[in-house]
Ligand binder design. Structure first.
Ligand code: HEC
Length: 109
């Protein structure tokens, strides 16, 4: 009995921590997107000339293995996925940062 309630406590603590970690992550990603200039063009869900996170997530929701391709696009720039408007190369991000940003954008619902 004691063991069971201990297990419950651990599970509750772990899930509370997971929820907390996720909350921190979003703030960290928002900051990174601002620091790296992505937020100048991309918003989470506001309309505008540039695809927002939701549109990007919708486009790739059912596709597999898109992260490496999108990381490369973020770093080198390009056009044609959403229209003629090009994304400039983002030489200010490392591959790691680009991957974090892409995964965050793709998580938009
Ligand atoms: C000057 C504006 C601008 C900035 C700054 C910018 N983007 Fe973009 N981004 C665009 C445009 C325009 C497109 C659409 C390109 C297309 O249609 O292929 C785009 C597309 C994307 C896509 C989808 C690419 C595809 O092929 O579907 C991702 C992911 C993305 N941007 C991430 C980022 C990240 C991460 C940053 C910051 C490091 C960033 N963008 C900075 C304008 C920008």
């Amino acid at each position: 009995m004691k063991l069971r309630s201990l297990a419950f406590c651990v599970a509750a603590a772990v899930s509370a921590q997971a929820a907390f970690a996720q909350a921190i992550d979003v703030a960290a990603m928002e900051k990174l997107a601002k620091d790296k200039n992505c937020a100048t063009c991309h918003t989470v869900d506001k309309p505008g000339p540039f695809p927002n996170h939701k549109k990007i997530a919708d486009k790739y929701r059912d596709k597999k293995d898109v992260v490496p391709m999108l990381v490369e696009k973020v770093m080198k720039g390009g056009s044609g996925s959403f229209g003629a408007l090009p994304m400039p190369a983002n030489a200010q991000v490392t591959k790691d940062e680009a991957e974090k940003l892409v995964r965050w954008m793709l998580s938009a619902k």
